[in-house]
Design a protein around this ligand. Sequence first.
Ligand code: NAD
Ligand code: IPM
Ligand code: MN
Length: 366
Amino acid sequence: MATTYNIVLLPGDGIGPEVVRETQLLLEELAPSFGFTFQFEKHQMGGCAIDATGQPLPDETLAACKRADAVLLGAVGGPKWSDPTASVRPEQGLLALRKALGLYANLRPVKIFPQLLDASSLKAEVLDGVDLLVVRELTGGIYFGESKEGDETSYSTMLYTRPEIERVVRVAAGAARQRRNYLVSVDKANVLGVSRLWRRVTSEVMAEEFPDVELEHQYIDAMAMHLIRRPAHYDVVVSGNLFGDILTDEAAMLAGSMGMLPSASLGDSSNGLYEPIHGSAPDIAGQGIANPLATILSAAMMLRHSFNQDQAAEAIELAVERTLEAGYRTPDLAGVAAPDQTVEVVGAEAMGAVVRENMKEVIEML
Ligand code: NAD
Ligand code: IPM
Ligand code: MN
């Protein structure tokens, strides 16, 4: 009997439903060629769930995510739910989901498609050869520490425990071993006590368990600079929750757009959550021009990490590459094509359709 993978779709808000739709269509097209099937269940999370139920992560959605083989998320949030006095926020749903599924390691690969070297605001020669993996701690740090909001005084606490640091460093170092054996750990140990623990524990884990992997420590401010000065030099970067969030939006500009970076959020035993790193993009939502490639590439990560379907993942990645090679660009990528490139600017639906066509051709060649 053919294997069936149960996927929960959380389209969310803003451009979320636009990019998830194209990804679902692609997965439906792909499955028969590899002898498996997908069963999709759609649920609400974020602002749409607040509107429908008053809760950003309804119990029913969480239960479905726990049952699923994997979860694919679009994005949550938007101006409608951003009133600073509101007691519930879409983003709380996402944080609660990550925590409830134990997804402490967020893998954010930054690979530059050669066709997009000119789409970045950086010089092509700086970007040549960039192939980074940022491993962001996802269920701890300042996102989850004690906090209080008042009219005169507010605080948020950045707290890490030794086991929280150890487990994410192990994921990052393990990944480095499969790559170029080079890990950079990012912190702010010149100022923050929590970062000094981060640095000490990281050094200990690496010395005891990964002596073959080169370890370098960088401060977050300097790393933000190094990342655009010599991005191709780096291999795997590990950091706490907040620093990883910031560094990866910066890294998206190496790839040309927020619409290009996928991610996988993984834990020890539970199923994974796959999502683009971008948000709900309220400035372009509803216009049909969102770039679906980050979500499509997240689905490729799902096939690889949750289902061990490496060839199917590769089919998606090659299809994306062929689509870019043929000159198709959503508007976020279209601004700065190379002089010798003929570019066709398309919306999300047309982009999705061309990727599906290219995927069929790729599969025939496999
Ligand atoms: P954003 O990532 O939504 O948008 C930043 C910029 O990038 C915008 O100009 C947007 O148009 C562009 N962009 C992002 N994704 C794109 C895509 N696929 N195609 C083309 N252009 C794209 O960040 P923001 O504006 O700071 O946040 C908007 C909302 O999204 C906020 O409520 C925020 O909390 C939320 N958010 C959610 C997630 C998530 O659900 N994982 C991630 C980040 C932000
Ligand atoms: C991301 C987002 C989220 C984060 C927000 C929406 C909670 O920015 O996934 O990168 O900060 O983790
Ligand atoms: Mn972010």
